[in-house]
Design a protein around this ligand. Sequence first.
Ligand code: ZN
Length: 253
Amino acid sequence: MKTMATAMVLAAGCAVCGCVALGAAAERKTVVVWSEGTAPKNLYPADINGAIAEGLRASDALKGWEVVTANLSDPEQGLPDDVLARADVLVWWGHKKHGEVKDALVDKIEKRVKEEGMGFIALHSAHFAKPNKRLMGTPCTFAAYVSDTTETMVKVAMPDHPIAKGVKAEFTVANDERYSDPYAVPPTDEVPFTGVQVHKNGTREPAKMGFCWKVGKARFFYFQLGHETNPIYFDPEIRKIMANAVLWAAGTP
Ligand code: ZN
């Protein structure tokens, strides 16, 4: 009884002095959403990372998370050591400026992912981003890149997968640009999203849309959609996928 009374006093004291609040703050998870700043301003006024971050901040699934945007034009290319160190997940969108990303930064990202378990999410044209290629260790090419499509139907291929939680079984987004299978990446059976790319001439082309891997100690997700002329990161289903992917990549089952 004496021990329990002492414990209760200690617990009450802790709450009063703020230790409990400090503990909660220390456990706060962080996602950093990076992009290179080249998306059309009329479609993405706050660039692609701004749109993704807006969706993550509005997500009930990520309540309590810190959502940070980082840009190529920011000091240290948006990822100073302290930001990279506290990121549980790094989301990456790039297209035209892959070559500007410093190799020293890619080295640090690789270490955070493989050795320290920071989750990584690569989007669309980030297939050729330096961190994506480094972490995959393969050419990361697609069989074709053609601007001959009108829309893509996304299908949930693994309904029980955490990244598919609450996502409609099928939904369609506008898409001017298809990437055709196969994607030259390490083989994986964990493909929670597939889809059908609808060509202007009516051809319906099946393709894989979302891939998962374990890379070193970390979880890695690639999502094929996200061309900059189709502002899909405002779409509610895509936003669910992004929020789920961040949770999954952080190691949450
Ligand atoms: Zn594109």
